[in-house]
Write a protein that binds this ligand. Structure first.
Ligand code: UDP
Length: 482
């Protein structure tokens, strides 16, 4: 048998593409040939990263397939979930996603890989892999904790017996007592109604059971009870290989992850270098959350009132055509030197890794959460949708390295509802005081564990080797049979 060749097929969202790029690098560093399948407008995210990998670049390539935006009723050029600014557009995005089965089959037929790592949002990828007799591995991009909580919600539907949207109830059968409210669930989960999307998710979960296994961007020591629960109680085959972002060791790799940054990395580092250790709070809410103008205003007021030095990332989509109405009058003059607003895309991993950063206000997307853990930074949690509310529980109640800002309501577009006073209070609490020091100490310990996990002999390093060996053994077996 020749060199192993693995195809990766990430969902068209930065929270899925970025860890996939890192996974491809990790596999390549274990001498596996990798190909990432993506669409024309998402391709530059990968090509630029590949060019920088120098010695590994011959082992990583990309294969581009057309994204049928217009055929699915989307505007031309809409190829990423970060361009979906209204709930009405989402079904069309998933319609386009479902039209990718045939192009996927074609690239697999031509490239003949040994394995396909495909996102959970492509449930039919398991059938495609089966057609070519190769194993399909699922990538969800979320934590073991959220995988277990989500599955137990699906199995037991505890929300059915709860009358009020704000009444906390227990997510059954988890290693810890975890409480949630119906307000923090998506509409279809809240009312347990069948929608096209809920049917699609059910199908995705079904194919997870028939796939070769699940690859998880996490490390065992972070959530051992849930890594065990997922495997032993829920019966899934899984490999944990994270935090995958730790493969970015050079300044350039940390700075140029994802889109073109809206601030020069040197300027950003110079600003941070001028600050004392642990004095800056970094606020960023991921790649696709859409805030209402009123919410941006509250965040600004809350950050200012906290009296802390800060970096605040505001997405381009939120500020376009708004004549800066989202910014309180005189805000930038008053916070000059003390605060830095990045309008667009920030070099997040570079910022988090800087000694000056002492806290992270995050929406609890799993990548951001894990990047915060990997940098040893305590967090202010402000979740809004998807697995974010579960990640908040993990960070604040189980790992005890975070303070909740108090977000209550599932919302992806026109997000609002978090008040300035709550932001001020949580930021102050995370940055200073006895409890803050305790949290910081715990966060530092987790950082050390994260780095150990990816080093040779560490839990994630070993599991990645195990995964590669299993795929090789599967292929070897197939060759003997044929
Ligand atoms: N990110 C970044 N700069 C930004 C915003 C986001 O580098 O200005 C990266 C971040 O480091 C993370 C990813 O984008 O790796 C976002 O993924 P996450 O799961 O945290 O949130 P999502 O965008 O999926 O909601």
């Amino acid at each position: 048998m020749g060199q192993l060749h693995v195809f990766f097929f990430p969902f068209m969202a930065h929270g899925h593409m970025l860890p996939t790029m890192d996974m491809a690098k990790l596999f390549a560093s274990h001498c596996v040939k990798t190909t990432i399948i993506t669409t024309p407008l998402n391709a530059p995210i990968f090509t630029k990263a590949i060019q920088r990998t120098k010695n590994l670049s011959t082992l990583i390539s990309i294969s581009v397939i057309k994204f049928p935006a217009e055929e699915a009723g989307l505007p031309q050029g809409c190829e990423n979930i970060d361009q979906i600014h209204s709930e009405d557009m989402a079904p069309n995005f998933f319609k386009a996603i479902n039209m990718l089965q045939e192009p996927l089959e074609h690239v697999i037929e031509v490239g003949r890989p040994d394995c396909l790592v495909a996102d959970m949002f492509f449930p039919w990828a398991t059938d495609v892999a089966a057609k070519f007799s190769i194993p399909r591995i699922v990538f969800h991009g979320i934590s073991f904790f959220a995988l277990c909580a989500g599955e137990n919600m699906r199995l037991y539907k505890p929300q059915k017996n709860v009358s009020s949207d704000s009444k906390p109830f227990i997510v059954p059968n988890l290693p810890h007592e975890v409480k949630i409210t119906k307000m923090r669930l998506a509409d279809f989960d809240k009312e347990d109604i069948e929608t096209d999307f809920s049917k699609f998710l059910d199908k995705a979960r079904e194919t997870e059971m028939t796939s070769f296994g699940v690859v998880v961007n996490s490390f065992y020591e972070l959530e051992p009870a849930y890594a065990d629960h997922y495997r032993r109680v829920l019966g899934r085959k899984a490999w944990h290989i994270g935090p995958v972002s730790l493969c970015n060791r050079e300044v350039e790799d940390k700075a140029q992850r994802g889109k073109e940054t809206s601030i020069d990395k040197l300027e950003c580092l110079k600003w941070l270098d001028s600050k004392k250790p642990n004095s800056v709070i970094y606020a960023c809410f991921g790649s696709c959350a859409d805030f209402a103008t009123s919410q941006l205003y509250e965040i600004a007021m809350g950050l200012e009132a906290s009296g802390q030095e800060f970096i605040w990332v505001v997405r381009k989509a939120e500020i376009e055509d708004d004549n800066e109405n989202w910014l309180p009058e005189g805000f930038e003059e008053r916070t000059k030197g003390k605060g830095l607003i990045i309008r667009g895309w920030a070099p997040q991993v570079l910022i988090l890794d800087h000694d000056a950063v002492g806290g992270f206000v995050t929406h609890c997307g799993w990548n951001s959460t894990l990047e915060g853990v990997s940098a040893g930074v305590p967090m202010v949690t402000a979740p809004f949708f998807a697995d974010q509310f579960f990640n908040e529980k993990l960070v604040t109640e189980i790992l005890k390295i975070g303070v909740c800002v108090g977000s209550q309501q599932w919302k992806r577009v026109a997000i609002d509802g978090v008040k300035r006073e709550a932001i001020e209070k949580a930021v102050k609490e995370i940055m200073a005081g006895e409890e803050a020091e305790e949290r910081r100490r715990r966060a530092r310990t987790l950082k050390e564990m994260a780095w150990k996990a990816v080093e040779e002999g560490g839990s994630s390093y070993t599991d990645l080797n195990a995964l590669i060996k299993e795929v090789s053994a599967y292929q070897a077996q197939k060759h003997i049979k044929t």
